[in-house]
Structure formats: structure tokens, C-alpha cells
Design a protein around this ligand. Sequence first.
Ligand code: MN
Length: 204
Amino acid sequence: MTLRTIAASLLTITELPYAYDALEPYISAETMHFHHDKHYAGYVTKLGELTEGTRYRGMPLEEVITCSDGAIFNNASQAWNHVFYFESLSPRAKHHPTGELRRAIDEQFGSVDELKRRMTAMATTLFGSGWVWLATDSDGKLYILSKPNAGTPLTDGLIPLLCIDVWEHAYYIDYRNARKDAVEKLWHVVDWSVIEARYDNVVI
Ligand code: MN
């Protein structure tokens, strides 16, 4: 399996790749401050406490995720998921995928709009907290997955391409309880050039 290692490490808080207010009006600076500085940073800090003196300290974060459970898994996966999520968004987003990824989306889902519709529907109906993922296997087949809590395609042996954070902290400041509206707005800042690069890394 080819897995592009993201810029997430076990003990370091990865900075946002853009300014806190860069994703406005779709995601406010206030949300980004809480999401990055409190929620994401909190997972990294907690993971540091939980792994002190353990064998996990010598592992890449992806390996910690696939060979742990309980609190260490939850905090490791949440740390990874958030860096991956923040890296998926951009104020200069490419709004439509092209190339190999576009070909695969059209073949499996009919259109990019249909893929977005399905992911939005799954994000809207996921009960409680969690993530909706677009992932691929090593053959380039695409999967849409709904995962509760800290869930990740990594534990299914799949390669993550895109995630939607549907924990309330991701949208409640800006959208209150209107999760569907939050997800529909999120598409404006999903940078398909990033998602394409992740897919091309697997299939090309
Ligand atoms: Mn989050």
C-alpha cells in the first residue's frame, strides 16, 4: 500500500497551511482558532501524555493508529485526521477535479456532483460525531466511508483522499445545528488539486 505520509507527527502541533481567516466566509476565523488551537492541539497534547515512556513514541503516527486502540488510538487518529482535513482545504481551492481522479469519480459515481451529493448525505445522516471519507485502495477503486468518532480508512487498509469533519466543533459556531448547510458550504474550500495529488500518488 502506498501511503502519502502527511505532515502530522506524534508530538508536534502542525500549523495551519493558511491564515485563520483565509476560509471565510465559509469557515470563520473563530471556528479555525477553536478547531486548530483547542481541539486539534488538544489531541496532540493528550497523545503526548498517553504515549510517554511507551513503544509508540518511536513510531510514525500512521503506525500508532493502525496498532493501537482505546485512548491512544482515539487521540492519534484525531491528530492525523485533523492535519489531513486542514490540508484538504484552501482559500485558492481548485473547485473541480480533473485527470485520473476525475475519470475514476465519473466511472464509479457518474459525476462529481453525485459524489458530493452522496458524501453530503452521509455527513448529514451520520449519528453523533465522526468523519465522512473518500478513500481508495491500491487499485484506484474509490470508497465513501462513514466513520464514527475518530474513525479512519487507515484501519481498513484503505488510503484516505478526503475527509469531512462532522464533529459539532467543526461547524457549530458558524452554522449552529445546520450540519447539511455547513457541509454544502465546505465544498467551496475543498481543494481538489490536493485530493488529486493524493490519488495520483497511489495510481500513477
Ligand atoms: Mn474536528
